[in-house]
Design a protein around this ligand. Structure first.
Ligand code: ZN
Length: 295
């Protein structure tokens, strides 16, 4: 009888020990994740023909801008976020076209999305209706993006995201051209700046260049996958980036166009393309900036 009771005790010790070990491992993994986050990272996922990028802040916020055209974004998030992280702090939809929206629908189904920033512009497609349904179900905090909206992601006033475009509140508006209504964002982290331009055309770029908004950026996400109708001369001169990212995959539109590539060369801007480089990751401490590519 005594033997059986000892066996039982041993079994319990084993179980308790396993639980303690598992908890310890999880705590250390969390500590390791936080300590590896003393820099800000911006990742441009290789999602084929579309856009999707993830900003990971040192304070632990994960900000997803667009989701690309497919499930590829899930792979990017899965590889980039620790396995226990199932929430996105801020999701941004630049405009409701398939190559930016479809992946976000999949993310909404699988992750808890705390806040959403979008223009509110509507589109008559099944995917757009699904977006409206999913964000209502998610009960996220919704912010309509308008020029001047500023989002601070930690306590430092020098760390923020600012909306540069559109000027107007487009909630409920069936815009003529969704590309040209894209939310344009500037991410500022100390001295380093990133400009996200969605799919805007040259005319919008030029309109922004004429104003007194600071467009200067170290990294420019080239508008509309390098289309010849974007990346205008005056805009590139004003932004004056060191690096340009073109998020592009196999397509029949001729993206990126030779005209855009020539224009970027004219300004001696280093070009990184997701179709050639795979995922592209920038790392900055606010003063220095480096990048690595998957391929
Ligand atoms: Zn697009």
């Amino acid at each position: 009888m005594e033997g059986a009771s000892n066996q039982k005790k041993k079994g319990w010790f084993k179980k308790i020990f396993s639980v303690i070990l598992a908890v310890t491992v999880l705590v250390w993994l969390a500590v390791f994740d936080l300590s590896s986050r003393n820099t800000l990272q911006v990742e441009f996922f290789d999602v084929g023909q579309g856009d999707s990028s993830l900003i990971k802040t040192p304070s632990g916020a994960d900000i997803l801008i667009d989701g690309g055209p497919s499930l590829a974004v899930l792979q990017g998030l899965g590889e980039s976020l620790p396995f226990w992280k199932h929430d996105i702090d801020l999701m941004v939809l630049t405009h409701p076209d398939h190559d930016h929206l479809a992946g976000l629908l999949e993310v909404l189904k699988r992750y808890r999305v705390k806040s959403i920033l979008w223009s509110g512009a509507v589109k008559d497609t099944a995917e757009f209706k699904e977006w409206v349904r999913l964000i209502a179900e998610e009960h996220s905090d919704i912010e309509i993006a308008r020029a001047g909206t500023r989002i601070n992601f930690d306590r430092d006033p020098g760390h923020f995201i600012e909306v540069l475009y559109p000027e107007l509140d487009l909630s409920g508006v069936a815009v003529k051209d969704t590309n040209n209504s894209s939310v344009v964002l500037k991410l500022v982290y100390g001295e380093k700046k990133f400009l996200f331009t969605g799919d805007i055309y040259s005319e919008t770029e030029e309109g922004l260049s004429g104003g007194d908004i600071g467009l200067d950026a170290d990294v420019l996400k080239v508008a509309h996958h390098g289309s010849k109708y974007s990346a205008s001369d005056i805009f590139l001169a004003k932004v004056d980036p060191g690096v340009a990212v073109i998020s592009v995959g196999q397509n029949t539109y001729g993206h990126p166009s030779p005209e855009t590539l020539e224009m970027l060369e004219k300004y001696d801007i280093k070009v990184l393309r997701t179709d050639l480089a795979g995922d592209i990751t920038f790392i900055t401490d606010g003063q220095n900036l480096s990048f690595k590519t998957e391929k």
